[in-house]
Design a protein around this ligand. Structure first.
Ligand code: ZN
Ligand code: ZN
Length: 127
């Protein structure tokens, strides 16, 4: 059974494929697919951007370093890296006091539900 960390990475890949496969069978996200992914899978992390279609287009253009108007997984992974960093910073907003190292809730409030998902979907093993 994969660890929580490994599950999280696998889930990022799974979700990318879920959307990249919708229109034309490719391993790339076009603009529609990217918009849908951001709206459905990043409603809290990209809350402001989701209210503004131009902002989503801008994110795609920033990430699209090859200039083909689509996102490869490599380009998409840059967004994941940036969000991971931003989410960590957000967590510290609430929780920095003295030399305590504490994490607040960050962008989402569902830390618990992420944990209960980990591993369970990978075919349980019970007796
Ligand atoms: Zn792929
Ligand atoms: Zn930290």
């Amino acid at each position: 059974m994969p660890s929580l960390m490994e599950c999280s990475i696998n889930n990022v890949i799974k979700i990318f494929h879920q959307y990249s496969r919708q229109e034309a069978h490719t391993d790339r996200l076009n603009q529609n697919e990217f918009k849908e992914l951001v709206q459905k899978e990043l409603p809290n992390f990209l809350q402001k951007e989701n209210r503004n279609e131009a902002a989503i287009k801008e994110i795609l253009e920033d990430l699209d370093t090859s200039g083909d108007k689509q996102l490869s997984f490599e380009e998409f992974a840059m967004l994941v890296a940036k969000l991971t960093e931003a989410a960590h910073e957000e967590m510290h907003k609430d929780g920095h006091r003295g030399h305590d190292h504490q994490h607040g809730k960050g962008f989402g409030e569902s830390r618990g539900s992420c944990q209960s998902q980990g591993g369970q979907s990978q075919g349980g093993h019970s007796h």
